[in-house]
Design a protein around this ligand. Structure first.
Ligand SMILES: *Cc1c(COP(=O)(O)O)cnc(C)c1O
Length: 491
């Protein structure tokens, strides 16, 4: 609640004074009261601007402001009621008046409306029963029936032969590299436009990442850049042990063309589908095109186990070996015997229970996220500066995150937009900073889309990710769209 004393103006005050109060109060409204202190109307920046545009001078009084019945709330009304009124009238501040219509305070949206997060967990109805079953049977410790069932159910859902449930997407990538025998001095090609988790396991194995640019149609691995990188390394006799292809923000890379190039040079593909579970390419599930694929169930992903991952493959023998590495590489002996380095990477039976429940709502979550994207698209069609991430020809994206770039000539940057949204309790983020620009990977090789054209750098410089959680309300989505309009109107 805001103290109103500082926001009061009367009709005899000048436009200049009103502007100064607005400037210094940090409020977006002033309260115009009559001689007995009753609220006549609210006054915004826009109201003052319109007076000036009609020819009023800065020293003219506010007397020419038309009468306007203000939306208010009564002293004693609940914050919930105030929030509903703000949503109904699409305002972010609401004066509170007493029985005589005298303003006594102002409700600010940020005090009554919780922060809108980028992508928060969204549970379905069945997770709890799988967890309860785990508790009842005391299958709390790693492994157990939920783990086996989750692997089988996920494999069936995406249409692949085998799956291994692990503790994170990062662990799944690490196991994939281990299964392909990636070691010190080996090279691994990797999409540059991605989260660091894609490439960290390359370093765990002591191998060298070589980063590959993105294209404009999918924002994923550039085929021309991949081709040039392969040709250069073939010539030097240093072909990579694997290519990690990332499917960003819910959309598949151009897997036909990428597979063609990798097959030509006989290099296996690991698909990082952490962000694209539920997406399709040519009607086939994203994540099932490579020799190995990985999914993540981290808290911000389209479905979550609070933390977890899955490794998938058409080769069941590979997944058997993955489970072996993920449980400390224990040899088949009557005692604990180990010949190779292993890891403690398996998913627990409790978390697998959450995963089973989440898998049942995956299709629904995809539709919800796609609908959010459509709402942004339609709601912002009058903002030409926002160019939305395209859906590539063979792709059906999940729109895990609704992302856009800001046109270069708009005069605004992602940073200023993110700051504006933050001031309204809305969490937005930059597009991933390309890995070849990260200090961690300084000195690593990088192949841009074309000589002199680095698309990932351009997408990073202009890209923005907007809140996309499937549990956002329509009011929250409208609030974000309104806030975007506000920002670009002022830009
Ligand atoms: C989330 C994510 C990962 C890592 O998954 P975790 O389960 O958090 O370890 C890997 N790659 C990409 C592209 C991701 O977005």
């Amino acid at each position: 609640m805001k103290n109103v004393e500082a926001l009061l103006v009367t009709r005899t005050d000048s436009i200049r004074k009103a502007m100064e109060i607005l400037e210094h109060s940090g409020s977006t409204i002033l309260l115009l009261v009559d001689s007995s202190g009753r609220l006549e109307r609210t006054v915004t920046d826009g109201d003052l601007r319109r007076l000036l545009m009609k020819g009023a001078s800065l020293d003219a009084s506010l007397s020419s402001l038309p009468a306007l019945h203000p939306t208010t709330t009564r002293d004693g009304d609940s914050a919930q009621l105030a929030l509903e009124a703000m949503n109904l009238h699409q305002v972010d501040q609401l004066p509170v008046v007493d029985a005589e219509n005298r303003p006594i305070s102002v409700f600010l949206r940020r005090e009554v409306d919780p922060q809108i997060l980028l992508s928060s967990p969204h549970m379905g109805d069945e997770e709890i029963s799988f967890i309860e079953a785990a508790f009842r049977s005391n299958w709390i410790a790693p492994l157990g029936p939920n783990v086996d069932a989750f692997e089988a159910e996920l494999a069936a859902h995406v249409g692949i032969a085998a799956a291994a449930a692990v503790s994170s997407g990062t662990a799944a990538i690490h196991l994939a590299l281990r299964l392909l025998d990636v070691g010190p001095a080996d090279k691994v090609f990797c999409s540059t436009l991605t989260f660091v988790a894609t490439a960290n396991p390359i370093l765990y194995q002591g191998a060298q990442p070589v980063f590959i640019d993105a294209d404009r149609t999918s924002w994923n691995m550039s085929v021309p850049a991949l081709t040039r990188a392969m040709e250069a390394h073939a010539q030097a006799g240093s072909l990579p042990k694997a290519v990690i292809v990332v499917n960003l923000y819910g959309q598949s890379a151009d897997m036909d063309a990428i597979t063609e190039v990798c097959d030509r040079f006989r290099v296996p593909i690991i698909e990082d589908a952490a962000e694209s579970l539920g997406a399709y390419y040519r009607g086939q599930s994203s994540g099932t095109f490579g020799r190995l694929g990985i999914y993540s169930f981290n808290g911000n992903k389209i479905i979550t186990t609070s933390g977890g991952g899955m490794l998938v493959s058409q080769e069941p023998a590979l997944m058997e070996r993955a489970r072996f590495f993920a449980t400390q590489a224990r040899d088949p002996a009557p005692f604990y015997q180990h010949t190779e380095v292993g890891y403690n990477y398996r998913m627990s039976n409790v978390l697998a229970g959450i995963g089973r429940g989440q898998l049942r709502v995956l299709k629904e979550r995809v539709e919800q996220r796609r609908a959010i994207f459509e709402r942004y698209l339609n709601g912002c069609s009058a903002i030409p500066a926002l160019e939305w991430m395209p859906e590539a020809v063979k792709c059906r994206s999940t729109r895990w995150l609704s992302t856009a770039t800001i046109s270069a000539n708009s005069g605004v940057t992602p940073a200023t937009l993110i700051g504006h949204l933050r001031s309204q309790q809305i969490e937005a983020r930059h597009v991933w900073k390309p890995l070849h620009l990260q200090p961690l990977f300084a000195g690593c090789d990088y192949f841009p889309h074309r000589a002199g054209e680095s698309i990932s750098e351009d997408l990073f410089a202009r890209g923005i990710c907007l809140p996309s959680g499937s549990n956002m309300s329509i009011d929250q989505q409208n609030r974000i769209i309104r806030s975007l309009h506000e920002f670009f109107r002022r830009a």
